[in-house]
Ligand binder design. Structure first.
Ligand code: DMJ
Length: 590
């Protein structure tokens, strides 16, 4: 789930705390960048823990006063709830074969170009027809492993054989270089585990998964048990990001669990499970009263650091995995239900707002403002009316949560009737439904593609001449120099939500929306020479192109599109959880 720099796909480089920049430190009192001498470290940590917790508690309390509640709306006939003509509990949807085939063709167009120009490289640049690796020491199958379960799902036999042969003959993790712990886990470990399951347990994939996980494990050797951000796979050592000593991103720490727990289930090795669960226990122990999470934590003290609260970069998949951990083990671990429900409540209470002109629902961010102090001397906080494209996973997730954690009885119709959901379930469903509407609205651009970041008009900066609720921030001197916000880099989140919403409602409009997005991708991102590129400005039909095909285009965007047009027996939502990179992992009973 998680951004702002082209190099940093799951975390914003502008988010990074620069120890040297005055504004970068959370607070001169609350957060020491320079390591104290060892003898003082424990004492300092304890003080730090108390101080940070107190500050966070205080600002959380303040936040509750900041929020504008969404207006109350009647549920009748709205928000995708069922009427009497609902499909019933066993609703089955048939595939839309022509559209599904069109997605397969798009995948082939992307994959064949990669195979032709860059087979074995971690990343791919379609325009310059070349690949590159994440580290100089060589690749780790980033693209191939991320894509192989989509290949399996689409039944592409020859492509599968070649990808599998490459994994058998060339894939090694004996690479001396720094890899992002989270990205390597969600893309490569997740990819191997899904391939293992979909191949009917081909031991090749499990062996590789175990080898990779064993090399990642040392990242958990921190005072708190929170994982280091980077790992050297050859040396089996965890590292911090430069300029971020002992700091970990919350989403990154809390998005390794589905993968490690499934591996533990398959192998019987407790260590994977214990390390993954240990992280969640640390987070639970330091949880904020609102149930929300600051985007940074201290790996030393195991507490939240004063930093933004948001559902986009560095926050997103923390929330996603709360629900999915509960579902993965067949609802047998109430701790995750509790954490999920408390977090969703925090979102409703603190982050949900409505646009000024059309009343679209969006989730705002909360940022610390180190330049300002409140009258009582406490840190001041600013509400930012801005929503990352990454947040668009949340609509589908809330709807899934409503039909699994918010059930009044034991089963639910498709679409659900309000009476089948608890009050909380109804509220989550409604919010999820409306967030998808908003995400679709952000596709109302010149290209039909949504920007990386949407800013929303507020009472202070409202533009009544615009009939939209949101705008793309232009940071350059004119519209010809668009900001990073205006990019589309082949992201999947809205399509992911459309897939889930379609499975839970059977409403054709979700397939129609998905098809529209796919057509926009075909028109503006398809490279004639092979592969798909990203674009710099979604509001310009002649936008500058970005020569990069992200691996998640193969693993997520095209997979969710394929599933959207498949029949409902393919990877049913009551039998699988998808990791945050769309790798399907079966639900099991521990
Ligand atoms: C993917 O790597 C994952 O979905 C992650 O959780 C967030 N970012 C990208 C896709 O946008």
């Amino acid at each position: 789930m998680a951004e702002s720099s082209p190099e940093d796909l799951n975390g914003s480089s502008s988010d990074k705390i620069d120890a040297k920049a005055p504004g970068g430190q959370m607070s001169e009192k609350s957060f020491n960048i320079e390591r104290p001498p060892h003898a003082f470290r424990i004492q300092k940590s304890a003080i730090l823990t108390l101080f940070v917790s107190l500050l966070l508690y205080l600002y959380q309390s303040k936040l509750f006063g900041l929020n504008k509640q969404p207006e109350t709306v009647s549920l009748d006939g709205q928000f995708g709830f069922g009427s009497r003509s609902r499909s019933g509990p066993q609703a089955e949807f048939v595939a839309d074969i022509p559209k599904r085939d069109a997605i397969v063709n798009a995948f082939k167009h992307a994959w064949s170009a990669y195979e032709r120009d860059a087979m074995g490289n971690d990343e791919y640049y379609p325009l310059s027809k070349r690949g590159s690796n994440l580290v100089d020491a060589g690749g780790i199958g980033y693209t191939i492993v991320d894509a192989i379960d989509t290949i399996q799902l689409m039944g592409l036999q020859e492509e599968y054989q070649r990808a599998k042969d490459w994994i058998a003959n060339n894939l090694t993790f004996e690479r001396d270089g720094s890899f992002n712990t989270f990205e390597t886990t969600i893309r490569v470990l997740g990819g191997l585990l899904a391939a293992y399951h979909l191949s009917d347990q081909d031991p090749l994939f499990l062996e590789k998964a175990k080898d990779l996980a064993n090399r990642i494990m040392p990242v958990f050797d921190t005072p708190s048990g929170l994982p280091r951000s980077l790992v050297n796979l050859a040396k089996k050592q965890g590292f911090d990001e430069p300029n971020m000593p002992n700091i970990v991103s919350t989403a990154e720490a809390a998005t390794l669990q589905l993968e490690l727990k499934y591996l533990s289930f398959l192998t019987g090795e407790d260590e994977y499970w214990d390390k993954a669960e240990g992280v969640m226990r640390v987070i639970k122990a330091t949880s904020l009263p609102s149930g929300l999470a600051a985007i940074y934590m201290s790996a030393e003290a195991g507490v939240f650091l004063i930093s933004e609260i948001r559902l986009g970069s560095r926050g997103d998949s923390f929330y996603e995995y709360l629900l999915k951990q509960y579902l993965q083990t067949d609802k047998s671990e109430p701790m995750y239900l509790e954490m999920y429900q408390s977090a969703m409540e925090g979102i409703h209470t603190t982050l949900v707002h409505r646009g000024l002109n059309k009343g679209l629902v969006y989730t705002a961010e909360v940022h610390p403002d180190p330049q300002q102090r409140q009258a009582d001397g406490q840190m001041a906080w600013r509400l930012m009316a801005k929503q990352d494209h990454l947040v668009c996973f949340l609509g589908g997730s809330l709807m899934l949560g409503a039909t699994t954690t918010g059930l009044a009885g034991i089963s639910v119709s498709v679409p659900p009737l309000p009476s089948e959901l608890t009050e909380t379930g109804q509220k989550d469903w409604q919010l999820g439904y409306e967030l998808i509407e908003t995400c679709m609205d952000t596709h109302n651009t010149a290209t039909g593609l949504a920007p990386e970041i949407s800013h929303f008009y507020t009472a202070e900066n409202g533009d009544v001449s615009d009939d939209k609720d949101w705008y793309i921030k232009i940071t350059g001197t004119n519209s010809a120099s668009p900001s990073y916000d205006s990019r589309y880099i082949l992201r999947p989140e809205t399509i992911e939500s459309l897939f889930i919403a379609y499975r839970l409602t059977g409403n054709q409009k979700y397939r129609d929306h998905g098809w529209k997005i796919f057509q926009a991708i075909e028109k503006f991102c398809r490279a004639d020479t092979g592969g798909y590129i990203s674009i710099l400005n979604v509001d310009d039909v002649n936008s500058e192109k970005i020569d990069k095909m992200e691996t998640f285009f193969l693993s997520e965007t095209l997979k969710y599109l394929y599933l959207l047009f498949s029949d409902s027996e393919v990877l049913p939502l009551d039998k699988y959880v998808f990791n945050t990179e769309a790798h399907p992992l079966p639900i099991f009973t521990p």
